[in-house]
Write a protein that binds this ligand. Structure first.
Ligand SMILES: Cc1ncc(COP(=O)(O)O)c(C=O)c1O
Length: 368
């Protein structure tokens, strides 16, 4: 067939998705399956969000608000930023695309880390822009090396904070270094999809919103998918200068964020009790995993999020496949070129014990 596609598509390596839990369950005839592969909230959605969504159901014949004023009003009250500073999209993921779309021309560059969330590269690549991904150093962002990669074509500096898949952060000092040294015309994006999990810890720059007051071209990205347990609704938001927000709002899908998502997100913002309990239960779960890793003598990145990144010392593809056959789905590190590492989402205590038990079984089978 004649190549009818946009020329940049030839460079696109699609995101490799895991097998859906139900498909794996059918394929392997499993009674129990635990999906710990997508950093979802395993404690269920915010109950207040669910109640609000039920009420909204009878209004599905109407389009949603194109620009969700009520939700933005609430976000504005919570953060102290003017409503003009917000854009709401279908999860952080759609906003990453929009950011790339309003900023990148062919031949431009983005600077980020490796490994990190792949959509920064994917969206840049679609637009014909180049990704410079700087490897971590000593289990941390190599901020000096990242800043040194900024050149005349650099438009965006992506910093996942916390990072995915490693769960580590740019701490207060590192973020300060970025903000003070990054050229004025490069847009700094702090992707804070896992913000509330990290905000517990002293060294996390949980006051990042204050940076927006000093810098027009910085963006903070947040998600309702993780701490509020609303991944299935697809809703997230960004905070930035009114100028940048206006550009992003000008190109986004007119009615992209549906009524249920808007109602659910609005109610979730009032569900402080659910947020507190999720953060607490997540911490217990991460603590359990980290002590289990320690007991095994495995190297891991202390997690600031709702997942762990650990070196099991075995071929991650093999462990991933063996775990899947036993009813546990995780994300293998080879996908990021870290061949012996695993990314495991935190969950309930029973899920963590199930994961540990099945992993132990596999390791003893391997070394029989
Ligand atoms: C670092 C990071 N940013 C953004 C997202 C996008 O989240 P969502 O589109 O569900 O809001 C994710 C999802 O896993 C992530 O890990």
């Amino acid at each position: 067939m004649k190549d009818i596609f946009r020329h940049t598509l030839s460079d696109i390596k699609p995101y490799v998705q895991g097998k859906p839990a139900e498909a794996a369950q059918r394929e392997f005839g499993l009674e129990r399956i635990e999906k710990l592969a997508s950093n979802e909230n395993q404690f269920g959605p915010s109950p207040k969000a669910v109640a609000a969504i039920k009420e909204e159901l009878d209004l599905l014949n109407f389009y949603p608000e194109g620009h969700p004023f009520d939700l933005i009003e609430k976000l504005s009250e919570k953060t102290g930023l003017a409503p003009e500073c917000f854009s709401v999209g279908n999860g952080g993921e759609s906003l990453i695309w929009y950011i790339s779309m309003v900023l990148l021309d062919e031949g431009d560059e983005i600077v980020t880390a490796a490994p990190t969330f792949d959509i920064y590269r994917l969206s840049a690549s679609y637009l014909g822009a180049k990704t410079i991904a700087v490897p971590l150093k000593d289990a941390a962002y190599d901020i000096d090396a990242m800043l040194a990669q900024i050149g005349p074509r650099t438009k965006i500096f992506w910093l996942a904070n916390p990072n995915n898949p490693t769960g580590h952060i740019a701490n207060r000092e590192q973020l300060r270094a970025v903000v003070s040294r990054i050229p004025e015309d490069v847009v700094l994006v702090m992707d804070e999809a896992y913000y509330d999990f990290a905000a517990l810890k002293e060294d996390y720059p949980s006051d990042s919103v204050s940076l927006l007051k000093d810098r027009d071209n910085a963006i903070i990205l947040r998600s309702f998918s993780k701490v509020y347990g609303l991944a299935g609704l697809r809703i997230g938001y960004l905070m930035t200068s009114p100028e940048l927000a206006a550009k992003i709002n000008a190109i986004k899908l007119t009615f992209g964020v549906n009524r249920l998502a808007q109602a659910g997100a609005k109610a979730a913002l009032d569900d402080d009790e659910y947020l507190r309990s999720t953060v607490l239960r997540n911490k217990e779960s991460v603590d359990f995993l980290e002590s289990w890793f320690r007991a095994k003598g495995w190297d891991f990145f202390p997690s600031y999020a709702n997942f762990c990144w650990v070196n099991c010392g075995e071929d991650s593809r093999l462990i991933f496949e063996a775990l899947q056959r036993k009813g546990v789905i995780i994300r293998p590190g080879f996908l990021w070129g870290w061949d012996t590492w695993l990314r495991v989402s935190a969950g309930t205590e029973e899920q963590m014990r199930f994961f540990a038990e099945k992993t132990d079984e596999i390791l003893s089978e391997l070394h029989e």
